[in-house]
Write a protein that binds this ligand. Structure first.
Ligand SMILES: Cc1ncc(COP(=O)(O)O)c(C=O)c1O
Length: 418
């Protein structure tokens, strides 16, 4: 807040605060100025271009959730009427989520979000099938929720093959086949990458896993709400979802577990979720996830087309205007709303702050690694130098964005780049 305040402050030619009595005067003028600036900030158009980090809860979703905080608050495990209301609401949500990914209702298990869903699939499967083998395969560009699960398993004596990716962020099917061993028990490859938007050849990976009798997990967290998901067509056994990426609430996710797939529980001490995930259910959040899933499939076709249009326009306009810039990730096999651009010589961190001063919210990659001084492991795995990886910005579009936002972004980029 301080940076933008000072800038507008300067524009108002109130620079005398740096003179004598600097501190006292600064405090005084800052206070007065804040009152003026507050209004100016309210008036400032905010352009949110970080939908891969999170999305706003839709009003229809919030409306569905509200009664389950203080009106229908019964514990779903109890036997009386108030509780039945909560239990029924969970089952409706389970059906809504199942329909969204063409699964059956009994294959959906709610948990605390995408991170837990990934952790559960990987830790649960590897411990469950330890007697069959202790080797697993993943890719170098997975989300930290996946990578950290594998690092944990390595400490427990498992072996993990981390598949490299090409310069577009694509996993090689040949390398995958070569990495399979008689003791391979799990393959976990994300459906699309959350930073650069590259869509992986999931159907083919699923077939390879199936032919070799290996369990297959995918993190579909950045795909839900952007592209259709069909668990049967993908041949997946385990699939992770997180509601806050498709206009649902934060802190709620789901794991699809194909019928007949055994999986060790991570949470124990209760019979919730058929005894597979203990803990009193977060009913309002589950209701919200269900409603968000229902809305997501209803509007998916038109939403996808709009996001592709915004993405393509942004890529074209940025690359035309900044000839030295380049697109990170695949041009064709790309998530609809994702644009990730390398601006050589322009530090991402500084650009993010300058864009924020102009009311535009963007990021340099995964929200979960923000604050880390290390450049993106995804961009590094795609072959970018340490420096170039630190000069890349991610813009991710969502429902409320329009072509005017692309226009505004371009104008702001012109002002801030060197
Ligand atoms: C691809 C991917 N996987 C997992 C997660 C973690 O999900 P959650 O924030 O619900 O824990 C995220 C969130 O950024 C993500 O983008």
């Amino acid at each position: 807040m301080y940076g933008p305040l000072r800038k507008i402050f300067r524009e108002q030619k109130a620079v005398t605060y740096v003179k004598i009595y600097r501190e006292q005067l600064y405090i005084k003028t800052f206070k007065i100025d804040r009152m003026i600036l507050k209004d100016r900030f309210m008036e400032m158009k905010m352009t949110y271009l970080d939908h891969a980090a999170t999305t706003a809860v839709k009003s229809e979703v919030l409306e569905e959730m509200l009664p389950y905080f203080a009106m229908h608050y019964g514990n779903p495990s109890a036997l009386y009427r108030t509780s039945r209301k909560s239990r029924n609401a969970i089952e409706t949500a389970r059906e809504q989520v199942a329909n969204a990914i063409k699964a059956s209702k009994s294959e959906i298990y709610f948990c605390s979000g995408g991170t837990e869903s990934d952790n559960w699939a990987i830790l649960g499967a590897s411990r469950q099938y330890k007697h069959k083998g202790m080797h697993m395969i993943t890719s170098a560009i997975e989300h930290p929720a996946v990578l950290s699960s594998f690092r944990q398993l390595e400490k427990e004596g498992y072996e993990v093959s981390y598949l490299p990716v090409d310069s577009k962020g694509m996993v090689s099917l040949e390398l995958l086949k070569e990495s399979i061993r008689p003791d391979t028990i799990l393959i976990s490859i994300m459906m699309a990458n959350n930073e650069v938007g590259t869509i992986e050849p999931l159907t083919e990976i699923g077939l390879i896993a199936k032919e070799n009798g290996i369990l297959f997990h995918t993190d579909a967290i950045s795909v839900a709400g952007s592209l259709p998901i069909d668990v049967s067509a993908l041949n997946v056994d385990l699939l992770s979802l997180s509601a806050h990426k498709f206009y649902g609430p934060k802190g709620i996710g789901a794991l699809y577990i194909r019928k007949g797939t055994a999986l060790e529980a991570l949470h124990t001490g209760g019979e919730q979720e058929k005894g597979r995930r203990a803990g009193t259910e977060n009913v309002p959040a589950i209701v919200g996830m269900g409603k968000a899933a229902e809305l997501m499939v209803k509007n998916l076709d038109s939403h996808q087309k709009r996001m592709e249009q915004l993405r393509d326009e942004a890529i074209k306009r940025i690359l035309d205007r900044f000839p030295e810039a380049s697109l990170n990730g695949s041009r064709m096999e790309r998530l609809p709303g994702n644009v990730n651009i390398l601006f050589p010589g322009n530090a991402a961190e500084s650009m993010i702050i300058k864009l924020d001063e102009r009311g535009i919210s963007v990021s340099s990659g995964s929200a979960c690694t923000t604050g880390s001084p290390n450049p993106s492991h995804v961009l590094k795995a795609m072959g970018l130098s340490h420096k170039d990886a630190q000069c890349s910005l991610r813009f991710t579009f969502g429902e409320e964005n329009t072509l005017q936002d692309v226009e505004d972004l371009l104008k702001a980029l012109e002002e801030i780049t060197t």
